[in-house]
Write a protein that binds this ligand. Structure first.
Ligand code: ADP
Ligand code: TZD
Ligand code: MG
Length: 567
């Protein structure tokens, strides 16, 4: 920081962030942070102004995931703060490092509930949804407040942190020398966690004795950026692996050891399962039930000690950061020491072949109107030659089909609804990836319902001229567009959306390229043209309203009334 005779809270926030290598901010301006956003730009930071704080927050969260530096979302008080909170809570749930910074109203009035402009006790409201929640009341504490937020977001299991900046602290002045001394350069904010030798030996011994090992890669493994060592480890063990959705591409989906096309089979039959940065939550049926062998034993590598034994007993916990753990394991395992049985590998290969044949038939079909598989076919083909493109994906059927059909070849290119299965990440993640993703383009594959949650950010995409192509899978509804209307008042059924909606017109309003496609070949051409242009585009893909299933692949989680006439 250049030492002025006197400075203020606004300047201190900017200096504290810059000192720690943070140069990108997403937010919505207003009292009391408008001048902060302005100052960020004049001080050389990139500030991206959104239409809704939730999308700004999602952009920040995915920035954290992709860069391993906390993504920053800047909001106004009370309602702006709350709008951002879904994204901050989602970041915490997914383990993405993010800091939401919100301005707050006069504390003396807020605390006595005397009805200030945008009054809310934000720090306490944020606590249940964050890793940590701090408030800065004095300008001289801004440096340490930012430092605590950065360390809390990045260390251990990463997550969302809330940092409350009172209007008073922002506008207060401070003598230049005192201000400079108050700033903190955070040293080693995410220190390595080296595993204990015993834990590594226990894990290796279990894997060495396994007949039917399986390695499950989660987004914790993708986040770590230990890509080469993880690949070496998988190849050294010769074990089949399954990527969770955001870990797709950590090793390419066409890697011979990938068991993705035999998922149910390997989950049911594996005798030793190594979890690498993946939780045994609902996405893995909690490790229980008919999907799993009751005799399977687990190795779990995770930086969060309390994650171990969360759903099933873990025989070999390795509490460590994945990079360090894998390095130790590679050092302690000779080539050929861990060898899956030949029968196991053969059975998986056969199972894979059967499923690949079945999928091929679906991908060859060319129905009119398009269904999910046939619309994904041209996207799959285009992406096969463009591995650097980011894929953002949300919806129900649109998510399930795309996850299975779109192969990923590079790590951290697939960004999706994640642990909560949340709708609304679409445009925020797409913008974040376009901003920090090295200039690579983004294809957002969106259900028509999912798109609606953040659709207004199309204006943001056009304003910043980002290379984002949005494909809206328009089946006229949540899950399906053909629900029979049972209302005697003539209201549309709960899952129905407008079938004739022309989402392509939306982007045209802001100068982007709109396409309306009803068949596979037109979609292929539109996508190629849009990607080649490097400009914002939206392709409205008309999908058969009857093509999907209610709740997609998670129907078993959807309670149905046993008494209702509708069943
Ligand atoms: P997925 O949804 O892909 O299965 P999860 O989000 O459920 O993945 O699990 C990710 C796990 O990875 C979390 O338990 C988290 O604590 C862990 N994790 C995140 N970063 C690291 C890291 N650097 N080293 C070890 N574990 C990590
Ligand atoms: N609200 C939020 C924030 N997250 C959610 N997951 C939901 C509501 C419930 N929900 C789903 O779980 S998927 C979905 C909703 C509303 C949308 C599915 O419709 P879609 O996809 O058009 O996006 P498909 O292709 O029609 O299935
Ligand atoms: Mg839909």
């Amino acid at each position: 920081m250049t030492q002025a005779a006197v400075t203020d809270g606004f300047h201190l926030v900017v200096s504290a962030l810059k000192l720690n290598g943070i140069d990108t901010i997403y937010g919505v301006a207003g009292i009391p942070i408008t001048d902060l956003a302005r100052l960020m730009q004049t001080e050389g930071m990139r500030y991206f102004g959104f239409r809704h704080e939730q999308s700004a927050g999602h952009a920040a969260a995915i920035t954290g995931y992709l860069t391993k530096k906390p993504g920053i979302c800047l909001t106004v008080s009370a309602p702006g703060f709350l709008n951002g909170m879904v994204a901050l809570a989602n970041a915490t749930t997914n383990g993405f490092p993010m800091i939401q910074i919100s301005g707050s109203s006069d504390r003396s009035i807020v605390d006595l509930q005397q009805g200030d402009y945008e009054e809310l006790d934000q720090m306490n409201a944020a606590k249940p949804y964050t890793k940590a929640s701090f408030r800065v009341n004095r300008p001289e504490d801004i440096g340490i407040g930012v430092a605590r937020a950065i360390r809390a977001a990045l260390s251990g299991r990463p997550g969302g942190v809330y940092l409350d900046l009172t209007a008073t602290a922002l506008s207060a002045t401070l003598e230049g020398g005192t201000a400079a001394r108050s700033l903190v350069n955070v040293v080693d904010p995410a220190p390595s966690h080296i595993p204990s030798r015993e834990s590594v030996e226990r894990a290796i011994s279990l894997l060495t004795n396994a007949q039917r090992p399986l390695i499950i890669l989660g987004k914790g493994a993708a986040y770590t950026q230990a890509d080469d060592d993880i690949r070496k480890w998988i190849e050294r063990t010769g074990s089949p692996f399954l990527p969770m959705s955001m870990a797709k591409g950590l090793l390419p989906d066409n890697h011979p050891q990938s068991a993705a096309a035999a998922r149910s089979f390997v989950l049911r039959e594996a005798d030793v399962v190594m979890l690498l940065g993946a939780r045994l939550n609902w996405l893995l049926a909690h490790g229980k039930g008919p999907q799993w062998s009751p005799h399977a034993q687990f190795v779990q590598v995770d930086v969060a000690p309390a994650e171990i034994d969360s759903n099933r007993p873990v025989a070999a916990p390795v509490v460590a950061d994945i990079g360090s753990a894998i390095r130790c394991m590679l050092q302690s395992t000779a080539p050929g020491q861990i060898t899956p049985s030949a029968g196991w590998l053969k059975a998986i290969a056969e199972q894979k072949q059967r499923n690949i044949e079945r999928m091929r038939a679906n991908l060859e079909a060319n129905p009119v109107p398009m269904n999910f598989s046939s619309a994904l076919r041209p996207i799959r083909d285009v992406l096969a030659d463009r591995p650097e493109v980011y894929v953002v994906n949300e919806g129900a059927n649109t998510l399930d089909f795309a996850r299975n059909i779109i192969d990923m070849q590079l790590p951290r290119k697939r960004l999706d609804s994640g642990t909560w299965g949340v709708m609304g990440i679409g445009m925020g993640y797409a913008i974040g990836a376009a901003v920090v993703g090295g200039g690579n383009p983004v294809i957002a594959i969106e259900g028509d319902s999912a798109f609606g949650f953040s659709g207004m950010e199309v204006e943001t995409i056009c304003r910043y001229r980002l290379p984002i192509v949005i494909t809206v899978f328009n089946n006229g509804g949540i899950y399906r567009g053909d629900e029979i209307n049972r209302s005697e008042l003539g209201d549309p059924a709960p899952t129905v959306l407008m079938k004739e909606a022309r989402y392509d017109k939306l982007i045209e309003a802001f100068g982007g390229a709109g396409y309306h496609v009803t068949d596979r070949e037109t979609l292929r051409r539109a996508l190629a043209e849009a990607l080649a242009s490097g400009k914002p585009a939206l392709i409205n893909c008309v999908i058969d309203p009857k093509a999907g299933t209610e709740s997609g692949h998670i129907q078993h989680l959807n309670p149905r009334s046993v008494l209702s006439k509708s069943n």
